[in-house]
Design a binder for this molecule. Structure first.
Ligand code: ADP
Ligand code: ASP
Ligand code: MG
Length: 469
């Protein structure tokens, strides 16, 4: 029976308006195999929690904040009389718990990664209540569940946890199967699970996509749907390339590279559990529910054509480690990479030359990274230079490794606009290349790459038809 069932994930914008609950209910009614729903927090709520715990607050501020959170969520509940009393009580109880937690942070003036994750999880906990109540009011037998309480198991890497797939399959699947067998729709919180020490651990921003893929894996389901307010995975971020268009198929590698390198439409690690279970992730548009959307699956490798999509990461910086002496490099590269990784610094890319190793890291981790690199014991680091304001552009296609001259076309298109290309990485992956530019040039560079490969989409005098297409 499980083979036929599906997970359907609905993101922040889709759980934030009554009109969206109508659409969601319609989607669930149209296909009763959609028995497992994964939800994000109401749009803006996780951001507000992040801001609230960024520094200790006065009691008054906490009261005001909780007042807003209560109002926002209670205002989204269906009219009284629709059996919402239990939900009102549950939302109130969650708000009270959150309030106490925030007081605790205020009094101790201390927040650990564990407490932070617990605080951030409240957006999803409350939204699952609100969504389930709204679905019930629309005739669907839907019930809310908090993922950490029903057995979604994680490691203890708070803030960027990874799900423990075998343990999750063991604990979570039997519970959810029983719900489905009883004909219920389970509305499960995205974004977090339970660490080995019994605490809440989040998967990082945008983590609900990953939760949906993990739940699909646990239940051995062939399809995980990720419902969006856009047409699917597109050829570029439509916010900066209005000419971007939805793609019908992407391979696991293409989707993994694009989402790791900034395509916010899918969590960077959502592909992992899907690939492990040979399942498809299907991104679909809530405004056009009959469209097929974008499918990422075990059978979606298409090597015809070259580039399929372009992504970007803003706010990075390049750290250049200079050293001297013969044979320093081998040891230094290993030491530097270990120091950065142990210090929790995420390296997006690295390049080496005879006298220098360059690392691309997030701008807000530069200070820490520089300290770690200058303190590497027993090596010959002369100096570490920081080049701020770097942004990365990634272009992806299964055909890339087989086509000739693709990188040259990209760099020519960018150079023609007078944009300087900094760090280049090609060949590490068969399906993705990336390079960096100064952040001030990012948008123009992304548009130029998109225009180079999809000139017919860019109407008007700017459209450039490449001699190679
Ligand atoms: P959700 O809340 O449903 O998870 P997100 O806001 O996380 O939605 O992701 C959707 C956003 O991703 C869109 O607003 C879009 O601007 C951005 N985006 C970036 N790259 C892409 C892409 N390649 N295809 C589609 N959307 C993209
Ligand atoms: N609410 C979380 C976030 O905003 C997780 C998600 O939306 O997927 O990052
Ligand atoms: Mg998202």
């Amino acid at each position: 029976m499980d083979e036929a069932l599906k997970v359907a994930k609905f993101g922040g914008t889709l759980v934030s308006r009554p009109e969206m609950y109508d659409r969601m209910a319609k989607v669930l009614r149209a296909d009763p195999t959609r028995r497992f729903v994964v939800v994000s927090a109401v749009a803006g709520v996780t951001d507000s929690l992040v801001t609230t715990i960024a520094k200790p607050r006065e009691e008054k501020e906490i009261d005001l904040y909780l007042g807003e959170i209560r109002r926002k969520h209670l205002g989204l509940l269906p009219p009284a009389g629709d059996g919402v009393d239990g939900t009102v009580a549950a939302v109130e109880a969650l708000c009270t718990k959150l309030e106490r937690l925030l007081y605790g942070v205020a009094y101790t003036e201390e927040i650990t990664p564990r407490t932070r994750d617990f605080v951030l999880s409240f957006g999803e906990r409350i939204s699952a209540q609100v969504v389930a109540a709204n679905l019930r009011a629309r005739g669907i037998d839907a019930w809310p569940h908090e993922a950490d309480l029903i057995g979604l198991m994680t490691d203890d890497n708070y803030g960027n946890a990874t799900a423990l797939l075998p343990e999750t399959r063991e604990h979570l699947a039997p519970f959810l199967r029983r719900q489905a067998d009883a004909g219920r729709v389970s509305v499960v919180t995205g974004f977090f699970g339970l660490s080995p020490e019994g605490k809440t651990a989040t998967f990082g921003r945008g983590g609900s996509d990953y939760s949906a893929a993990v739940i699909g894996h646990a239940l051995e389901l062939p399809v995980v749907e990720v419902w969006k307010d856009v047409g699917g995975f597109m050829s570029a971020d439509p916010k900066i390339v209005p000419e971007a268009f939805p793609l019908s198929l992407l391979s696991y590698d293409e989707a993994a590279e694009l989402s790791y390198f900034g395509a916010k439409v899918l969590h960077p690690r959502a592909v992992q559990p899907a690939r492990a279970g040979s399942a498809s992730i299907v991104l679909r548009n809530i405004f056009r529910p009959d469209d097929v959307g974008t499918r990422i699956g075990p059978d979606t490798v298409d090597r015809s054509g070259d580039v399929k999509s372009v992504s970007y990461v803003r706010e990075l910086a390049t750290l250049k480690v200079f050293a001297s002496g013969d044979g320093f490099k081998e040891g230094l590269l290993a030491h530097a990479a270990t120091a950065l990784s142990n210090g929790g610094v995420n390296v997006y890319s690295a390049a080496t030359s005879q006298t220098c190793i360059a690392f691309l890291v997030e701008a807000d981790q530069v200070g820490r990274a520089k300290k770690l690199l200058t303190r590497i014991p027993g090596t010959v680091v002369d100096r570490v230079e920081v080049m701020p304001h770097a942004s990365l552009i990634c272009f992806v296609g299964e055909g890339l490794g087989y086509a000739h001259g693709v990188a040259a076309r990209v760099f020519r298109a960018v150079a023609e606009l007078g944009i300087n290309v900094q760090l280049i990485s090609a060949g590490a992956s068969m399906v993705a290349y990336h390079f960096t530019v100064d952040t001030k040039d990012l948008e123009r560079a992304v548009q130029a790459v998109h225009r180079e490969f999809f000139p017919h989409r860019h109407a008007g005098p700017q459209a450039v038809v490449s001699p190679n297409t």
